[in-house]
Design a protein around this ligand. Structure first.
Ligand code: PLP
Length: 406
């Protein structure tokens, strides 16, 4: 039995494929983080799911915005999020991006080149602009040696810039670090948090300006696979509380910020599709579903990665790929007679396969299949325009469990 089954059936009467997001799940997971991490502020990583109702619900409930484009800054601003609670962090910002967002967000400069662009703007306008800087620190996520990265300014370069006073019209009011998403080991993530807090001390010691925030990025993962152990948030909370209480003795007023996307929404969404056809070809049974690769790309990508990589979890593929079996396919049909099938989509490409050799109840045209873990990096990543397919809906189920917004 999956939650919201009755609503899924009702909505499926009018649509062959759609996402359904659940407000209750979102707000419960927000509340969980808030209660476990008092004194920490949270920003919602809009890139994972920028659906209007989802974003509005999260901002209404008090999280700020981690914006990864000027469009996301403007969207959060239009939803009433204040400048201090929108952090705009992404590599490759243009002058236009900067001008458009400078008074609506805290811009996190991602390179020395971006610092030069903001310096030029500040000088032209005769003002000093407060910015954050994303740092590529002198440590890796696991605490080992640092690596080259397209993200951020290398720590030694930032130290030199601050010591030399290279940018007289910029004040570095905070730093941002994000090295990895989808971690499930609380010990590893809490050591990373300690390393980031130590980095603040190093940067502050050469910074003429008193910094107002440290944004520690994301990292909290979710249990995608049935075999995954969810992150032990109690352990993470306890360890962070300890390191923050020491940190606060030196930096009593500093805002400590964590970004989070998938933890809030990943499990709050399902993707619903219906059987379009079935066939047996040379002894193999194919169940053809509506809008799989084009509607929710990650299950097909998972199969593709599995074909090409001998490793179970090849690195650096988030958020496109997490694990081969990161999604469950749940038919809304009682398990009667079973058969072994391949689940494929209705596109003109052989790569549109989401499951192979899977045991399923015998499905026929119009039967519903629900795919789990579809609330983050799902709709936003999917090539919905591919082959001009249409009709992939997105619905938001309000907390009353009756009202559905489209
Ligand atoms: C800088 C940054 N912050 C936050 C996130 C959100 O990560 P998650 O959705 O895993 O919480 C990402 C994801 O790629 C990111 O790159």
């Amino acid at each position: 039995m999956i939650p919201n089954e009755a609503m899924i059936r009702r909505l499926a009467e009018g649509k062959d494929s759609f996402y359904l997001y659940d407000e209750n799940t979102i707000t419960l997971r927000m509340e969980r983080l808030r209660s476990l991490f008092p004194g920490v502020e949270f920003l919602y990583s809009m890139k994972c799911n920028s659906n209007r109702h989802v974003s509005e619900c999260i901002f209404r409930n008090g999280f700020g915005a981690d914006a990864a484009s000027s469009g996301e800054v403007l969207m959060a601003h239009s939803m009433g999020v204040g400048k201090e609670d929108i952090m705009y962090s992404v590599p490759g910002k243009s002058v236009h991006d900067i001008e458009e967002t400078i008074d609506k967000s805290i811009i996190i400069a991602d390179s020395i080149g971006e610092m030069e662009l903001i310096e030029a703007l500040a000088e032209k306008e005769g003002r000093v602009i407060g910015i954050g800087v994303r740092v590529n620190p002198d440590f890796s996520f696991n605490g080992g040696a640092p690596t080259p990265s397209k993200f951020g300014v290398d720590e030694p370069d930032l130290v030199r810039i601050l010591e030399d006073g290279t940018f007289p019209h910029l004040s570095v009011v905070g730093i941002h670090v994000h090295l990895k998403s989808q971690e499930l080991d609380a010990g590893i993530l809490s050591r990373y948090h300690e390393n980031v807090l130590a980095l603040v001390r190093r940067i502050q010691s050469v910074n003429p300006v008193e910094m107002g925030f440290v944004n520690m990025g994301s990292g909290i993962g979710i249990d995608y696979r049935e075999s995954d152990e969810p992150m032990d948030l109690d352990v993470l909370s306890e360890r962070l509380r300890d390191s923050v209480s020491t940190f606060r003795q030196s930096f009593p007023g500093m805002r400590i910020i964590i970004e989070t996307g998938r933890f809030i929404t990943g499990k709050a969404g399902v993707y619903v599709t219906k059987v379009a056809d079935r066939k047996v070809s040379r002894g193999k049974t194919f169940v053809i579903l509506n809008n799989t690769l084009n509607g929710f790309v990650r299950p097909s990508l998972a199969r593709m990665v599995a074909h090409y990589s001998p490793e179970e979890s090849p690195g650096m593929m988030e958020p496109l790929f997490t694990a081969v079996d990161a999604f469950q396919f749940i038919p809304l049909r009682d398990a009667g007679e079973m058969e072994v099938v391949d689940l494929v989509g209705n596109l003109c490409t052989a790569s549109d396969v989401i499951a192979e050799g899977m045991s399923m109840p015998v499905l026929g045209r119009g039967d519903i299949v629900v795919i789990t873990n579809a609330g983050a990096y799902a709709s936003v990543l999917s090539p919905k325009q591919f082959s001009s397919q249409r009709g992939i809906g997105e619905f938001f189920l309000r907390a009353d469990r009756e009202t559905v917004l489209e």
